[in-house]
Design a binder for this molecule. Structure first.
Ligand code: OXD
Ligand code: MN
Length: 600
């Protein structure tokens, strides 16, 4: 038993050691030597396959159990003291009931395994934004992933001192070993998984899964669900947003945050290669932003993570060359396919797959196979510091000042390429209506619109209506002249022929340029019922082969579509028992504006 200078931490570790009965306890120091030793153990256990050391030095492939491939939203709970505070969009369970159930599952759950104590920090350790967590886990794969995704180890214990506060995170894969039992490469509980958050006591208990957001508890669990509650209590914002820096030629660098639901291209946008000549984009973060007011009255943001846990399929030299360059070495890939020469492959990487692969389940695969070679949610875990477009200031303890926030989804119809909100409250209204259409790859009806307010539906740790009110309150605290401008965007609008109207990727720099033009107050716009929409001439479309009709379609605010949208928003709002009156007023004003347009 290691003892630290922090008696509260020691007592908590001891308590869980006696509940989970691991064979041993190891306190992680976060060193390279520890990381390398764990990787060697994981290779010996068959969890990690070393990749070709010439082409992918320091990189490994993990294959998960087929039952453990994604976040389990149905098994994710916000166990606030009252159900009311979890709200209509979260699963809720009485905290005492959940504690009793999980304690029972955790009892002896680490038998035959090592319990690692992982001190970690979200945000640069010297930052006023920083939050410390300690994760207990019986998964060495989680430990090595946490070392990439967070600042982890001895320096965090030092920062904690003798009585520092930390978020208590307990994680077990739920696969105890009996004496002599041979382990499997990816231990988990194939039947039973549960990710429980206790917002009042700032605790996370996760059982049964070793995958991604279920198991790397700093990410979705701490930096979004628990942090959103802390942010509400302390007057800041914890958001599902990328952060980028954009420098137009001859003009100052500005910072933009953008919220998009999963699978709408946040990592691609964060690493964008702008097609506008002379423009430069640098990356600050690709998934989470913590925002708070600086002394100057502006909103400043940090990326609380130190790595990217990105979706591999669809990533290619064409769609995201910067990500491909980031993945040259020191990556843990999970559930991608393996080539015969120990390189990785996934759908969307090249147009032609190699003639033979080992798929994510470890089976032979040929182009004739009907199943994807890589799991659609296959991931790469890689340090942000090795991203060629990382902004030099990405770890600035004070964060970066945000000039604009973009909210977007995947909409085939209705939502124009970009709209500027008329005010903060109007922006909150637009973001609260955010939605994304299901693609053919996902379960559910293709084209069905799923509302995902602020892209936070799976990640808000409290009542979504109160979350909207919190956003309004933050805006009311700020000086309107210093608040970021808010925009609603849609890269996915389709024409009558069913084809995307907008090329996306690096071309999104043109929308970014218009947004900055608005921030600097010189880009022209039409005042439409849904906000300020670019005049066709105000978008820089030079060098882009887009017909005038396509531009018109991209920017159209179609009254019939919006009258239907207003009805859909009413239905969406009907699910909230606590909705700020300001948002109802915004909806009413929108409905009125179209009624006037129809009659006028
Ligand atoms: C993620 C997600 O893993 O949003 O970032 O699902
Ligand atoms: Mn995400």
């Amino acid at each position: 038993m290691n003892t630290t200078k922090h008696p509260g931490l020691d007592a908590w570790v001891e308590e869980w050691e006696s509940t989970c009965s691991p064979a041993r306890v190891v306190w992680c120091d976060g060193s390279q030597r520890e990381f390398d030793a764990l990787c060697r153990e994981l290779v010996a256990a068959g969890t990690l396959v070393p990749l070709d050391q010439q082409t992918c030095p320091g990189s490994f492939l993990a294959r998960s159990d087929p039952s453990d491939v994604a976040r389990v939203e149905e098994q994710t709970f916000i166990c606030s003291n009252s159900a009311d505070n979890a709200g209509p969009t979260n699963n809720w369970c009485d905290p005492n009931e959940m504690r009793a159930k999980l304690r029972h599952w955790f009892r002896g759950s680490m038998a035959g395994r090592t319990m690692y104590v992982v001190p970690f920090c979200m945000g640069p350790i010297d930052s006023p934004f920083a939050r410390i967590g300690v994760q207990l886990t019986d998964s060495p794969y989680v430990v090595v992933s946490m070392r990439i995704m967070t600042r982890m180890g001895r320096s965090v214990l030092e920062a904690l001192g003798t009585d520092g506060e930390f978020v208590r995170c307990v994680h077990s894969v739920g696969a105890p070993l009996t004496p002599g039992e041979v382990d499997v490469p990816w231990p988990c509980d194939p039947e039973t998984k549960c990710i429980a958050h206790f917002p009042e006591s700032r605790e996370i208990w996760s059982y049964g899964s070793g995958y991604g957001g279920n198991a790397l508890l700093g990410k979705k669990c701490l930096a979004l669900r628990i942090a959103s509650v802390i942010a509400r209590d302390e007057g800041w914002l914890a958001e599902h947003m990328l952060i980028l820096a954009v420098t137009p030629p001859g003009r100052p660098k500005r910072y933009v945050a953008a919220a998009f639901p999963s699978a709408c291209g946040k990592t691609n946008m964060a690493m964008m290669v702008p097609t506008l000549p002379g423009w430069r984009v640098e990356t600050v973060g690709d998934d989470i932003a913590w925002l708070r007011f600086g002394d100057d009255g502006r909103l400043w943001a940090v990326n609380p993570e130190s790595g990217f846990f990105g979706v591999a399929p669809g990533t290619s030299i064409a769609t995201n060359p910067v990500a491909m360059a980031t993945l040259k070495s020191d990556v843990i890939f999970t559930n991608v396919a393996l080539t015969d020469d120990l390189n990785v492959w996934w759908e969307g990487m090249d147009s032609d797959p190699p003639p033979h692969l080992t798929d994510w389940r470890g089976h032979d695969w040929t182009p004739e196979s009907h199943l994807p070679a890589a799991h659609p949610n296959a991931r790469f875990t890689v340090a942000a510091a090795q991203c060629p477009s990382i902004a030099p200031e990405w770890e600035d303890p004070n964060g970066v000042p945000i000039s604009a926030i973009l909210f977007g989804g995947r909409r085939a119809t209705t939502v124009p390429l970009i709209v500027q909100a008329r005010s903060w409250a109007h922006g909150v209204f637009l973001a609260s209506t955010m939605a994304s259409e299901r693609t053919a790859a996902a379960a559910g009806t293709v084209g069905e619109v799923r509302r995902d307010p602020f892209a936070m539906l799976p990640f808000c740790g409290y009542h979504m209506g109160d979350y909207f009110a919190h956003w309004l309150a933050v805006g009311a605290l700020g000086d309107p002249a210093r608040l970021p401008a808010l925009f609603f965007v849609n890269w996915f609008r389709k024409g009558n022929d069913g084809q995307f109207l907008w090329p996306g990727y690096g071309e999104n720099s043109r929308a970014l340029a218009w947004a900055l033009g608005r921030v600097e107050a010189n880009a022209a716009a039409v005042d439409s019922p849904i906000g300020y929409v670019p005049t066709p001439g105000s978008l820089d479309l030079g060098g882009l082969d887009l017909a005038d009709a396509a531009v018109e379609s991209l920017l159209r605010v179609d009254p019939a579509e919006w009258i239907a949208e207003v009805q859909a928003i009413k239905t969406h709002y009907g699910t909230f028992d606590r909705l700020p009156i300001e948002l109802r007023e915004e909806l009413h004003a929108l409905e009125q504006a179209f009624a006037v347009e129809q009659t006028g």
